[in-house]
Design a protein around this ligand. Structure first.
Ligand code: ZN
Length: 464
């Protein structure tokens, strides 16, 4: 059966034979070609795309001469330049020679930006408001070609995922997808304009400055409640509240105090000129009893030990004059300063302190001086001294000669703020009045202080 089947008709046999012969010829020719030396070009395409900025020479073809199994490399010369940093098309011609024949190959190279931007995200979690607003995005976009691409990205929320897309100027697109948390659990932030605690003097106008609100997701409205009656003493409350779209709310409060006008701080600066004298010790004992500190404007007279005690007991030892001789000290600025430095040296010798608190004999307003008190006041200030006059006079240098008189002159003329009282510790009746003055002051809400460089300025002003 099998043998019978293989028996072919003669015509068919001939066709088959011719066919086989054809195959043999083709194979033979091919082999012949393989065996004849010729140029073999590899790594060549007519059109080649180079990435922008990529100085890669792998596009250059390779040519050799020979047969496949034994092919010698042929040198290729290249003409036509490529600027890797400039987009465009470049024609390149490759020439290679063998014996007398020159062959050329042409290539079209396109320098193209094919690189997409990179998207980097530094946030660990991405919070997205229910209204789609991204609460915070710490993102960095860079590109091989575009310099300013950082802000060119677009975002989209699709199924709880944040898509970040960016396309460079050469149409390369990058996209990254991140998980997003869609929620708003942050309450609005209310900031009170102006002071959180305000004081208004009764009967004056209160101006409500309001508050401002910011929110991570929306722009809530601020609701203000409460009012201030500036005609009624008391503490008032202004409340501010805001609620965002996710129902997170916050409140803030301003306190407004409607008060009476304050009298200011009532301070008595007792000052004693012309000592130390016979009654200074007695005075120091009284001051010690009440722990009251005062200021002594001292002269060149009296015992050193008293000045030492004044200083040791916390009083201010200030400078009045060494000689207390008006005719001398006010004859010239030279005289004045010679006298002033003399008393300053005395005080420094006793206390170790270079005092710069002074009082002019007769005050700045004295009319005895032959030199200009205005210029003298200016000059002492230039030299770093602080001069004090007084605004409450005990009268003990003039018409008042009794303790009662001194007491009345002082307590009846105290100021609502600072009272700088002038007395002389070389007069017994004046020193005798001090205890009662202190008692009055303490009972009526005054405090007693010694003068220093920061004390309120009390100046008479010069007459000339
Ligand atoms: Zn004096």
């Amino acid at each position: 059966m099998l043998k019978r089947r293989l028996k072919l008709k003669p015509k068919v046999k001939i066709i088959l034979l011719l066919f086989l012969l054809g195959i043999v010829i083709v194979i033979d020719t091919m082999c012949l070609k393989q065996l004849t030396p010729h140029f073999i070009v590899s790594n060549y395409t007519e059109n080649y795309t180079l990435n922008y900025g990529n100085k890669n020479i792998s596009y250059i073809p390779k040519v050799c001469y020979g047969i496949k199994s034994d092919c010698k490399e042929v040198e290729i010369s290249t003409s036509g330049e490529i600027d890797y940093n400039k987009l465009g098309e470049y024609n390149v011609e490759y020439t290679y020679k063998y014996e007398n024949k020159t062959y050329t190959l042409n290539q079209l190279i396109e320098v193209k930006d094919t690189e997409a931007p990179t998207i980097e995200l530094n946030d660990e979690e991405i919070k997205v408001c229910p209204n789609g607003k991204i609460q915070k995005l710490d993102i960095k976009i860079t590109d091989n070609y575009d310099n300013n691409i950082q802000d060119k990205y677009e975002t989209e929320i699709i199924d709880n995922k944040l898509h970040i897309r960016v396309t460079d100027s050469n149409n390369n697109t990058a996209e990254k997808i991140y998980d997003a948390i869609i929620k708003d659990d942050e309450a609005p932030n209310i900031k009170i304009n102006g002071s959180k605690n305000k004081t208004v003097i009764i009967g004056t106008k209160y101006t409500e400055e309001g508050a401002t609100v910011t929110d991570n997701c929306s722009t809530p409205e601020i609701i203000t409640s409460g009012s201030v009656d500036t005609n009624t003493l008391g503490t008032y409350s202004i409340k501010y509240s805001a609620t965002d779209e996710s129902n997170n709310s916050s409140t803030e409060e301003r306190k407004v105090y409607v008060k009476n006008r304050e009298a200011g701080s009532r301070v008595i600066y007792l000052t004693f000129d012309d000592g130390p004298g016979a009654y200074t010790k007695q005075l120091l004992d009284v001051l010690k009893k009440y722990n009251v500190k005062v200021t002594f404007f001292v002269t060149g007279k009296g015992d050193d030990s008293i000045i030492k005690r004044e200083y040791d007991e916390g009083h201010t030892v200030a400078l009045h004059t060494n000689t207390h001789n008006y005719n001398y000290i006010y004859a010239s600025q030279n005289n004045y300063f010679e006298d002033l430095y003399a008393i300053r040296n005395r005080v420094k010798r006793i206390t170790g302190i270079e005092s710069n608190i002074i009082r002019f004999p007769g005050g700045t307003s004295n009319t005895v001086s032959k030199i200009s008190m205005k210029e003298l006041a200016k000059e002492v200030t230039n030299r770093g001294f602080y001069y004090f006059d007084w605004n409450v006079s005990s009268g003990d240098a003039g018409g008042t000669t009794t303790s009662d008189g001194v007491y009345n002159n002082v307590v009846n003329n105290l100021k609502p703020g600072a009272s700088v009282v002038l007395q002389h510790d070389i007069k017994k009746f004046s020193v005798d009045a001090v205890e009662r003055i202190i008692q009055y002051g303490l009972e009526n809400g005054y405090t007693f202080k010694a003068l220093d460089e920061t004390s309120p300025v009390v100046h008479h002003g010069a007459n000339k």
